[in-house]
Design a protein around this ligand. Structure first.
Ligand code: GLP
Length: 242
């Protein structure tokens, strides 16, 4: 069962999450990391970069797998998952391009992309650490409510909530109708999973995730069953828990 930890604030939560990533890479320099985009882990990644520089932690052998991507939004567009991670992590850590495996649904057929990424994960022997955020509807990556837990990477028609909330990442209005994501099966097969949530607006969905039955209606609830899962919350996100 995953462990739930509540931190005083976003800063403390982010430092803890960053230390987890640093420690996986210190133990296994060629670690395979799958890290979500989104506002939640922003500070975690800034802390990772700062700690890596301060402690001279070598990320040059680490491999990065994309968790998800908006279909139709290219890697150069600010707000795409790739662009987000590139700005916050890959560029500051000088990660080589051939160590980054993201879905490219612009250049390639999305279904083919799913198989390509599945294959890379298999060849690498699985993911060592996955960090996910939680959508306002409980999604993880783009595993939306009602998802099929047996799927590997797949194409998703986005939930209306996700299409609406997703606009926050973009400077101009974007058509966000489809996404491509790793399946929950791949996330659950990771050596370690961190689920992060901060802020008052996540309190309701965190309550559902942790207090109701584990169900496909709340994809994040599956993480509770990860044997090496850490559900990291700040006090605001935990404020509706008993
Ligand atoms: C987005 C992404 C997820 C992310 C989640 C939460 O739509 N597809 O990977 O974790 O929603 O985002 P945020 O951290 O900005 O709340």
């Amino acid at each position: 069962m995953a462990m739930v930890s509540v931190f005083k604030n976003y800063e403390e939560l982010s430092v803890f999450a960053a230390e987890q990533i640093i420690s996986v890479v210190q133990q296994k320099p060629a670690a395979v990391l799958c890290l979500a985009a989104g506002n939640t882990p922003k500070l975690t990644y800034q802390k990772v970069v700062a700690l890596a520089k301060e402690r001279k932690v070598d990320f040059s052998a680490a491999i990065f797998i994309g968790l998800d991507e908006w279909i139709g939004i290219g890697p150069t567009i600010e707000g795409s998952c790739y662009n987000f991670l590139n700005e916050l992590l890959f560029a500051p850590l000088s990660i080589q391009l051939n160590h980054i495996h993201f879905f490219d649904a612009i250049e390639n057929d999305p279904e083919t992309e799913c198989l390509r990424i599945d294959n890379i994960i298999n060849v690498l022997g699985g993911i060592d650490l996955t960090l996910v955020g939680i959508g306002m509807n409980g999604h993880v990556g783009f595993n939306e409510p009602g998802f099929d837990p047996n799927l590997n990477a797949h194409v998703v028609v986005l939930d209306a909530v996700t299409s609406k909330v997703g606009q926050k990442y973009f400077k101009e209005n974007r058509e966000l109708t489809k996404g491509i994501t790793l399946g929950i099966a791949q996330i659950m097969a990771s050596g370690k999973v961190l689920l992060l949530a901060n802020g008052k607006n996540k309190a309701g969905i965190i309550h559902k995730t942790l207090q109701e039955n584990i169900a496909v209606s709340v994809p994040a609830s599956f993480i509770r069953e990860h044997p090496n899962g850490l559900i990291l919350l700040d006090e605001e996100a935990a404020s509706e828990l008993p």
